[in-house]
Each structure stands twice: as C-alpha cells, then as structure tokens.
Design a protein around this ligand. Sequence first.
Ligand code: B12
Ligand code: SF4
Ligand code: SF4
Length: 388
Amino acid sequence: MLTAEWTPELTQWLRTLALEAGFDTAGIAPVSDPTSPRSSERLTAERFSSWIAAGRAGEMDYLKRRDDSGILLRSEVRAAIPWARSVIVCAFNYNTTAPLSTDPAPNSTGWIARYAWSGRQIPDINAYNPEHPTQLQPSDYHEDLLHRLRHIETALQQRTRCETRCYVDTGPLVERAAAAQAGIGWIGKNTCVLDQRLGSWLLLGVIITSLPVASDALPQIAADRCGTCTRCIDACPTSALIAPHEMDASLCIAYLTIEKKGTIPEHLREPIGRQVFGCDICQDVCPWNRRAPVNQTMLARPQLINPALDWLAGMDAADFKRWFKGSPLERTRRARLQRNVAIAMGNSGEQGFLPQLRQWAASGDPVLAEAAEWSIHRIAKLSAELSP
Ligand code: B12
Ligand code: SF4
Ligand code: SF4
C-alpha cells in the first residue's frame, strides 16, 4: 500500500532500515513553510543568513550561493527543492579506540582529523599493491554514506513512491539544524550535533523527501545537555567558538587547514599547533565523548594517527595519490598539505626539520616558501626561548 505521509509505523520502519544500512541512529525532520514567521525553517534561515552576512564563512563561497531571488540556497530547503516536506537524517558513528589529539604524542608528529582516517579492505587480493604498506585503501565518508543512503532511498521509493534526494554535505540545507529538528541530538556549544549515548563523533547523511510528517509522528527534540560546561570554548586554540553554539569558521583550524587557499594569516599559525588536516580538539575535550561507543566496522589506517611530519613532508605526487586519492585529504591536495606540514614543523620547534624547511623555502612555490620561512624563524625563536 502506498503511504502519503510519515506515520509512526513508517517512521519505525525507516529507523530499522537505517540501522540495517549501518547507521547508528536516524530521525525525520518536518520541513515547514519557511514564510511562516515562527517555523524552525525561518529560524535556521535567519541564523544562517546573519552568519554569512557577518563574514563567518571566510572564503567558503559555496555556502554563499543564492537563487535568482537572492535567497541563500543553503538556508532554506524549499527554496531549492519546492516539493521538500521532510528530511531523513541518518548519523554514522566514526569513533575508534585510537588516541585523542589532546593526548601526549611525539613532538615530531602531526594530527589528521579522525573522520579522515578511514580505509576499506581491498576486495580483490590480486589488486593488492605491494608498494602500498597497508591492506587498507583510502575511503571517504561522503561516498560511503551516500551508498548507505541509496539503499534506504530505494526501499522508501518502492514503499511510498515519494520524491527523494540524497546528500552528504552538498545539499541545500544546514544538516546540523535538520539533525536537531529530527531529534538526532542537540547542538553543542562547539556547534556539533551530540547524542547523549553516541557522543558527537557522528557524520550525517540526509534524504530530502516529499512526504509530510503526520502530527502524531513528530520527532522528540533532544534536550540541550551542555549545562554550564564550556570546555570546548576554553580549549579552542584559535578562539573560533566566539559564543556558545556559534563559530567564526574563518578562525577554525579545520577551515584554515582544509578549505583556506593561499597563505594562512600569520597570527593564526602558532595556535594551529600540529594540526595538518582538520581539528578534533573541541570534540576531544567534550565529556559526552568519553564513553562514546566505538564503531567496530570503522577501519582506521594506523599510519594516519599521529602521522610523522617528515613522512608527510617526504611524499612525492605518486605517494600522495597512493595514500590519499579517494580520501578526504584529496580535497586539500598535496601543496596545501605541505603548507600545513611546514607550519606544524615550525610549531614543533624541532631543529631536525630545518633541512626540509630550507628546501621548501627555496622551492619557488610562494605559499610554501613563505610558510617554511615563517617556520624556520619559529624554530629559532623556540630554541632561543629554551636556551639558558
Ligand atoms: C562548512 C562546514 C564546515 C566549516 C564550518 C563549520 C561550521 N560550524 O559552520 C568548517 C570547515 C570549519 C567545518 C569544520 C568541521 N566540520 Co564541517 N561542515 C560544514 C558543512 C559543509 C556546512 C556547515 C554550515 O552550513 N555551516 C553554517 C553554520 C551557520 O551552520 P552550523 O554551524 O551548522 O549552525 C547552524 C545550526 O547550528 C543552527 N543552530 C545553532 N544553534 C541552534 C540551536 C537550535 C535549538 C537549533 C535547532 C539550531 C541551532 O543554526 C545554525 C545556522 O543555521 C556541513 C555539512 C552541511 N551541509 O551542513 C559540515 C559538517 C557540519 N561538518 C562536520 C564535521 C564532522 C566537521 C569537523 C568535525 C571536521 C574536522 N574534524 O575537522 C569540524 C568540526 C568543527 C566544529 N566545531 O564545528 C559534520 C558535523 C557532524 C556533527 N556531529 O555535528 C557535518 C554535518 C558534515 C557531515 N555530513 O557529517 N565544517
Ligand atoms: S575544530 Fe578546532 S579550531 Fe575549530 S572550533 Fe573546534 S577546537 Fe576550535
Ligand atoms: S565540551 Fe561541554 S559545552 Fe562543549 S559541547 Fe561538550 S558538553 Fe557542550
């Protein structure tokens, strides 16, 4: 029988399907008319618009795209997809047993964000490349989650014949606001979606559908359990969390190391510390992540956990491709990773990195050379501070 709306039974069926597809939790957010003044869509659109207007998005122009009538495309689902009546939000736990970025680690190592560690078993042993030091090949959560979402989408279309569209990151919506509205969790002061049981190591995938939510199937909104805690705000090295639940992304290390092209503003290089791709600090310090369950199916590539900076620095184009093609690091490309590694080397204070930095300073790549020069001075400054 075809169903025209999300009933409690259909919602339960969807949740079971999402768990079968490997997600850890799922919920459905209603999409109301954004012109009604007190709708959650209106509030999200207003928050998003003022965030963009305040310049918080830095150079992430894809967040600033507008339709012909001037509406920010990511601020209102129905501006881009008029038939949208609900958003299925699925969350995937990517926690592993590996250490935290805030745990002690050798000075000569950097940090790659946890979500980018993943690898998958090579399905055909004959495809194994003996030059590759691990049996795991790079994988990317965007592709992995989309595959899982398509499984759900197919079953839903067969059952309801509704309109659907799947997205991971790229859709015309603020996924975290949709997750909060779907009852997945609350938005922490670090702006991440947090679940009381699962913590915040959650990646989100969404399916926009044309099915409205029946009044007796509305999700239960999770209570905000941050309380008086401010650990994430206090721990953020660049003070990017400018207020509870509000980030200036142009200051966030994830933005600076992944998204920012060209040079990184000088006053932010020291606080970047050893992060070479993304940043996990405001989640590593969160008490709700202490007992977060570990995803046993999540295969982390061991070499990417506390990676040796000289190993990353020594990668040529072929090494970079072998290690990172098909992983989130592909987006940053080798040149930007080298720029980040140069800064992390400077912050390490290790004299042993000077030959590599001098080589980069003479490389002819203006961004890399400038970062390397800065790091050479930083090592000299740190050594001077240490000498009696
Ligand atoms: C651009 C982007 C970034 C930027 C900007 C981050 C930011 N805070 O906006 C940068 C590069 C810095 C970044 C960093 C990271 N990101 Co990111 N990022 C995105 C992306 C593509 C868009 C986010 C966006 O629209 N930002 C605009 C701002 C205004 O939106 P927002 O902060 O989400 O805030 C809205 C809501 O919080 C809401 N809101 C605020 N308070 C309240 C209160 C209530 C009650 C309600 C209902 C709503 C609400 O209003 C705000 C505006 O609408 C999303 C995917 C997507 N399409 O949504 C992933 C996403 C947010 N990122 C994700 C991840 C994993 C990360 C990193 C952990 C990666 C890393 N380790 O380096 C860090 C986390 C940093 C942090 N503390 O947030 C996940 C977050 C999952 C989660 N559990 O929350 C997402 C959802 C991707 C995914 N598909 O899983 N990211
Ligand atoms: S990800 Fe890092 S830089 Fe960004 S807000 Fe969190 S602690 Fe600050
Ligand atoms: S560290 Fe504290 S304030 Fe920040 S998200 Fe976690 S519980 Fe909330």
